[in-house]
Design a protein around this ligand. Structure first.
Ligand code: ZN
Ligand code: ZN
Length: 333
């Protein structure tokens, strides 16, 4: 595909989309954009997360009787399932687009590939190796712990509203499912803003920001405290009327969906003419500039409301620089 139809490339070879990032069209009444928005909202990523949640529920998650008792057995089994899933999804994107580089630098925001640039901030000087190990040693274990806790709570009825079934409450559960990406954006914005406060940034979140040019394995490369806050999002499902399948869908939006912000390419070419949109640009700009775009991609535009939104335009760049200057002045005075 010709990526210059969709964006521009600077002298260093970095690519950027021509069109500014947009928040959910319903926030500024751009109703004519709703059709396209809904298609992108459902296909392919959220469909993927939902299909995987159903596959987990029917083929992976043990019987309710088993879930009632905490044990290493099914915990370890779920860990293997999550680790395998992440290895296949993240590893697949890494293999095709970063190792084999099948689309070269087309649609790639940062012209550099992390593996070509060893850095001492990473374990073994390798962003890939460091990020991979942090994901599998800390990220997926914390994910699994939270998942085990949630399933155990559901199975035992440790829930404000109990286990809501689909037969009698399907309409509410469908609505809740559609709202999961919004729950994710709000929760993520809040914890993300919090860990950007100086103390927590220094001791916790800086681990994730070592990857200034993120690639798939950067997605879950975090400090364990951040993992806990990040996967802790699903705890909301103990406080609102919910069902384990919706909780699993939310878990997958968090765990598998973390890759979206860290793909590093605007589009992943699948064939000559078709490509999947990554939705990665907002979070790519966060890794580039740090103090912008704390949320995901503007579904609930908290960044915009708090003056932290960077949509990739020159104007947004100026606003950001003015904000940084003001902050510096305040610190100096
Ligand atoms: Zn990130
Ligand atoms: Zn951050």
């Amino acid at each position: 595909m010709d990526d210059l139809k969709y964006g521009i490339r600077d002298k260093q070879g970095n690519w950027a989309p021509k069109e500014p990032l947009e928040i959910g069209p319903f926030w500024d009444a751009k109703w004519h954009k709703m059709g396209n928005f809904m298609v992108e909202f459902i296909w392919p990523w959220n469909t993927f997360h939902m299909v995987l949640a159903l596959l987990y529920w029917f083929f992976v998650i043990p019987e309710v009787e088993t879930l009632k008792t905490l044990s290493w057995g099914w915990g370890l089994y779920l860990f293997i399932a999550n680790a395998t899933g992440i290895f296949v999804l993240y590893g697949g994107i890494e293999l095709f687009y970063y190792v084999q580089r099948k689309q070269g630098r087309r649609f790639k925001y940062n012209a550099k590939f992390p593996s070509d640039h060893p850095s001492s901030v990473f374990w073994f000087k390798s962003q890939n190796f460091d990020n991979f190990l942090r994901s599998f040693f800390f990220g997926i274990p914390v994910w699994t712990l939270v998942e085990v806790f949630m399933l155990w709570c559901f199975a035992n009825g440790y829930h404000v509203f109990g286990w809501i079934d689909w037969q009698n409450n399907w309409l509410w559960l469908v609505v809740l499912t559609l709202f999961v990406p919004a729950i994710h954006e709000i929760h993520f914005f809040c914890i993300h803003w919090l860990i950007h406060r100086p103390f927590l940034y220094k001791h916790v979140h800086s681990v994730h920001h070592n990857s200034m040019n993120p690639s798939p394995w950067s997605s879950l490369s975090m400090h364990p405290v951040e993992h806990l806050l990040f996967f802790g999002e699903v705890i909301w499902h103990l406080l609102i009327p919910s069902n384990p399948i919706v909780m699993l869908f939310n878990m997958h939006v968090v765990g598998y969906g973390a890759v979206n912000g860290h793909i590093g390419f605007e589009k992943l070419e699948v064939t000559e003419k078709t490509a999947v949109n990554s939705h990665a640009y907002a979070h790519y700009l966060h890794h580039k500039y740090f103090e912008v775009n704390y949320g995901a991609d503007g579904l609930v535009p908290l960044d915009k409301w708090f003056g932290l939104w960077h949509d990739g335009t020159k104007e947004a760049d100026e606003r950001m620089k003015a904000r940084f200057r003001l902050k510096k002045q305040k610190l100096n005075s």
